[in-house]
Design a protein around this ligand. Structure first.
Ligand SMILES: Nc1ncnc2c1ncn2[C@@H]1O[C@H](COP(=O)(O)OP(=O)(O)O)[C@@H](O)[C@H]1O
Ligand SMILES: [Mg+2]
Length: 328
């Protein structure tokens, strides 16, 4: 087997056996929705034959996304289920990407929440493949930043912010292990048929042991414009890294702007003085033509302003952020 080292695989499958053993959060600590979110995930090994047929022989017409090291294909299983197959490409000369791929399987194998992409399984024949449930509306980036797509309405943007906050809260607090995603951004938030957001792309995700306050990481990876200052300056990673990126993501939803514009100005440094002066309407996407719920906008903008604070200790947790963005 060329791609996957035996030790990595053993670790992966032992993770599966261990999952949730003795480490479940106490149900009494959470509400019903949160307890439901801790259901045990299930996944399986697919044969190469199955995914080859599903993707029509990895037909280029089925490609729905392409990164530096992976191509994602749409497919249909024999039972009619729509899947996405992420195929590691160019693995021969980059072991780090292979590790990211295994990290993604290992992490997603433990999680199960409506706002986190569902891992259906993996395939280790003829390469390395991860199989997900297909998110039919693509990524938030592909809708929000595609000039050819109709303008995303306010209701959908708000729903995406609330769902993403719930998904991140789950990763940080409800999972048996603390998971830091490290690459929260619009192209990694996928959308179901009903525009329910699903956090995806766990290649950079880190598990933090509960006794550690943070983790120091080299090299710095992630996406410019979303990186928290303490992370890109000192490599410090903890939940607040994701909180910062979530704040930038909320600004993307509110403004329709990309995290970094053509003149390399970051969205958060552009929006910060406007939010501080309380002129929130100036941040709002003009394409919305004033059609937004003002209370929801103010809640979201306030949450974003707190999340993008330069000092991580002044940023809220995802539990506080989720409460802040939700509007009853
Ligand atoms: N489950 C899925 N359903 C639909 N499209 C997907 C799915 N997973 C990935 N994609 C598409 O492929 C793109 C790249 O996937 P991603 O996992 O982010 O890979 P990369 O590590 O290359 O960024 C996404 O932005 C999205 O457009
Ligand atoms: Mg991605």
């Amino acid at each position: 087997m060329r791609y996957v080292r035996t030790s990595s695989l053993k670790r992966l499958f032992s993770f599966r056996r261990q999952s949730f053993d003795g480490e479940l959060p106490k149900p009494c600590d959470f509400n019903q929705e949160e307890v439901a979110a801790t259901r045990k995930p299930t996944w399986k090994c697919f044969s190469f034959q199955e995914i080859f047929h599903a993707t029509n022989g990895f037909n280029s017409e089925n490609i729905v996304g392409r990164g530096g090291y992976a191509s994602v294909y749409r497919g249909i299983l024999e039972n009619g289920e729509a899947i996405a197959v992420k195929m590691l490409t160019k693995a021969n000369d980059d072991e780090r990407k292979e590790k990211e791929f295994l990290t993604e399987i290992g992490t997603l194998g433990h999680v199960c929440h409506p706002n986190v992409t569902s891992l259906l399984g993996c395939c280790i024949e003829n390469g390395l493949y991860i199989i997900f449930q297909f998110s039919s509306k693509g990524s938030v980036a592909s809708i929000l930043h595609d000039e050819k797509s109709p303008t995303m309405d306010w209701e959908t943007r708000y729903k995406i912010a609330v769902g993403t906050a719930k998904g991140l809260y789950y990763l940080h607090k409800l999972c048996p292990r603390r998971i830091i995603h490290r690459d929260i951004k619009a192209s990694n938030i996928l959308l179901s048929e009903e525009y329910e957001p699903q956090i995806s792309d766990f290649g950079l995700a880190k598990w933090l042991p509960s006794q550690w306050t943070h983790h120091s990481i080299v090299p710095i990876e992630g996406t410019f414009g979303h990186l928290a200052p303490e992370y890109f300056m000192h490599g410090v990673v903890d939940e607040k890294t994701d909180v910062f990126a979530f704040g930038v993501f909320c600004l993307e939803l509110i403004s329709g702007k990309k995290p970094v514009d053509n003149s390399y100005q970051s969205l958060h440094s552009w929006a910060k003085p406007l939010l501080r002066r309380g002129v929130i309407e100036e941040v709002v996407d003009p394409m919305l033509q004033g059609t937004f719920d003002s209370t929801q906008l103010h809640k979201l903008a306030f949450a974003a302003a707190l999340c993008i604070r330069a000092s991580s200790i002044w940023r809220p947790t995802m539990s506080e952020t989720k409460t802040q963005v939700q509007y009853n």
